[in-house]
Design a protein around this ligand. Sequence first.
Ligand code: HEM
Length: 381
Amino acid sequence: MCIKELFSTKRLESYEYIRVEEMRALAKGLYALSGSQIMLKDYLSDVSFNVISRIVLGKKYLDENETKSSVVTPEEFKKMLDELFSLNGVLNIGDSIPSVACFDLQGYVKRMKSLSKKFDRFLEYVIDEHNEKKNGVKEWVAKDMVDVLLQLADDPNLEVKLTRTSVKAFTQDLIAGGTESSAVTVEWAMSELLKQPEIFKKATEELDRVIGRDRWVEESDIPCLPYIEAIVKETMRLHPVAPMLVPRLVREDCKVAGYDIVAGTRALVSVWTIGRDPTLWDEPEVFCPERFIGKSIDIKGHDFELLPFGAGRRMCPGYTLGLKVIQSSLANLIHGFVWKLPEKITTGDLNMEEIFGLSTPRKIPLIVILQPRLPAQAYFQ
Ligand code: HEM
């Protein structure tokens, strides 16, 4: 369903204008802040949330003007998302020691239940709104992903019936899976580039050579930018967004590397460790995009030494969309701006610690100063 309906090439292409509009809005916003210190992640998160929100829900939910009549304010919704990401990454004692689960010692279950009610109210509203637009319209065409899911839910021939609850759950997963991941990756990529000016220079040279200085990078340019693609792979090797993937349940007894694993065991795959394994990578701690140049290693779940989107049936369904957002926003940020660290912070001082949880964002958000690099009119297109 994901491959054929939600993330088909045709559908993703039809949303390209959304990604372009949001990227241009980011460039314009950053242009206005030229010379001031900014916390990069705030801007990246807003862009990726706006893109996902428009593609999945049909409009921006963090925009006052577009959510006037909605059940939540943009501030409340932002808080709900923060709480969702935070609770997804916690270690709940009751999961490991079932005998104490009923006491909810850390209060996480109570918080999850309260959040779940808020999300449910919001998702009910979204679905009602979509149904209202659809009802009675002849030759109605699905626009956003909720439309597609509701269309599938109406299909009597579907092998596994999609219920209203499944549509809500799927919608929530799409928002949660698609929002933070690209912002976290782009923030890490920029941090690595700022730490190694030589690599930054090579990336800029590639962009000047292929794109020139009078236009933005388009998605169709990406295959002509192998160094940018290599930077993205190298960032995902060292900073995979989901370091332990999604937990798996072992279905039958098996042996792995000489260890007996019994059916029912919860298995975690540490892609973080695989990405730093010295038997697989030369100098694994060094950020070196060149290691991917001329190599066929991809990140689509086939090459097991690099699995930032996972692999198999539970692999990330949104990987093509995620890659498009990461590659084009990274390329345009490098192309459109001269980057500097705040005074008194040298490349050597730049802290590269991460928070290790469900995802691995920077521990200390990246603060930068940007100056425009393209002609002024480019920022107002
Ligand atoms: C931008 C970079 C992204 C990264 C690095 C990423 C990474 C991942 C990873 C590692 C998983 C778990 C896969 C596994 O355990 O094998 C996952 C699952 C998932 N991702 Fe992504 N993702 C990204 C973007 C997106 C986007 C754009 C969407 C949707 C709009 C999305 C939706 C999902 C969903 C729904 C799941 C759960 C799939 C399941 O449990 O069956 N992701 N993602």
